[in-house]
Write a protein that binds this ligand. Structure first.
Ligand SMILES: [Zn+2]
Length: 221
């Protein structure tokens, strides 16, 4: 099974990708994690290409595709993949379709976590982290010190309204043509999330309802 997960920063993509990967027994491919791993390994064949990130530069669609193609040979992705943080552009999406079709495979569906900016602001502005173990909490939990380290929780510098708004707008603009492409080519599940304190479990439940509906439509169609 091959799934693409879309959603703005703070949408809970990583959490849902983890849950889906366990459930379908497929690998969770976080492109961000892969790139960070390559940057830690100077002997990696793609290290020289990827290190431009450290100079604050964006890497090209071609290079991201190369990294993904390279990672797909990892045994943990043999049964399938949930892609998290990739593709980001329609060019990358087309490249991914090509890679998969060369292997006789294709995407099963795209899951779009369409979280409203209001929900993102609530989540991210209320986020507090332990400066030592980096564990993440939310002010609604009523905790001010880390239960493990005893240190006072702090707010990350980039968890401010201006940065969140900037990232959200950037995501919205950049993902327009990507969403358009997928809506025309691939089974597409869009989950609108506008409830401020919705839990990860509730989102997971909603995903399952939509998946069930999709399978029913398929069986009937
Ligand atoms: Zn801690």
């Amino acid at each position: 099974m091959y799934i693409v997960l879309l959603g703005p920063p703070g949408s809970g993509k990583g959490t849902q990708a983890g849950l889906l990967s366990k459930e379908f027994k497929i690998g969770h491919m976080s492109t961000g994690d892969i790139l960070r791993d390559i940057l830690k390994d100077k002997t990696h064949p793609l290290y020289e290409d990827v290190k431009v990130i450290n100079q604050g530069m964006l890497i090209s669609d071609e290079l991201v595709t190369k990294v993904v193609r390279d990672s797909l040979s990892n045994p943990k992705f043999k049964q399938g993949v949930i892609f998290d943080g990739y593709p980001r552009t329609s060019a990358q999406a087309k490249a991914l379709d090509k890679i998969l079709s060369e292997e006789g495979k294709k995407l099963d569906f795209v899951l779009d976590l369409n979280v409203t900016e209001e929900v993102l602001l609530y989540r991210l502005l209320g986020r507090r982290v332990c400066p030592s173990c980096k564990k993440v909490f939310h002010v609604r939990q009523g905790i001010t010190t880390c239960p493990d380290c005893g240190l006072e929780l702090v707010q990350r510098a980039d968890d401010n309204k201006e940065t969140i708004n900037k990232r959200f707008t950037e995501y919205k603009n950049k993902s327009l043509s990507l969403k358009e492409y997928y809506k025309n080519t691939t089974p597409y599940i869009e989950l609108k999330i506008d409830q401020k304190d919705i839990s990860a479990e509730e989102v997971e439940r909603l995903i399952h309802i939509r998946l069930g509906e999709m399978q029913k439509d398929k069986a009937e169609g």
